[in-house]
Ligand binder design. Sequence first.
Ligand code: TYD
Length: 209
Amino acid sequence: MPGRLITFEGVEGCGKTTQLRLLANHLQRRGVPVVTTREPGGTPLGERVRELLLDPRIVPAPAAELFLFEAARAQVVAEVIVPALAAGTTVLADRFSDSSLAYQGGARGLPGEIVARLNELACGGLAPDRTLVFDLEVELAFGRARRRPSTTPENSRFEDEALAFHQAVAEAYRALARREPRRVAIVDARGTPEEVHERTRAAVADLFP
Ligand code: TYD
């Protein structure tokens, strides 16, 4: 079976990282070779970029922020994702190009077509086989994110953005799903992790016949 690229998207606190882990375990139990990656991060270069982006003392201009995300993305594509797919390994990515479309484009207001072009350059034309958008009312997602131990004042620049910003992110994701319904699946992220896991499995079932 060819390796598949499945990306996990959504607002902070939507539970995508937990669902990524559950799906990775499920696929591995079925004998599917899997690697996982995250953005920004996933490579030594990407992890250094991540430190920059999450440092509250550094406030990048919107375009600079976009370039940093794209730099981390270009590196993880070249170093991890392309070699894994070539070896027949399925890649589960915690955030990918649609994060830039939703955050830097939809919410931060950078032109969507420029973000899309930079995504193409960073991804070398590679597109996800399936993108799962974990959809949760922003107020609920915020409640979850606040309970996370990692959400300390030091790394909460993104989490502290206004509610309206996150609502714009959520709406941008829904618009992506409407535009590309075959690739982008909305997964209802309400309920227990097990309930959401069932929906996640259903949303990728056709990729693993
Ligand atoms: P992270 O701690 O990974 O948050 P989460 O657990 O919600 O994924 O921080 C990543 C932050 O970076 C998150 O707020 C979304 C943002 N982001 C963008 O704005 N654009 C991007 O292209 C990516 C990959 C992330």
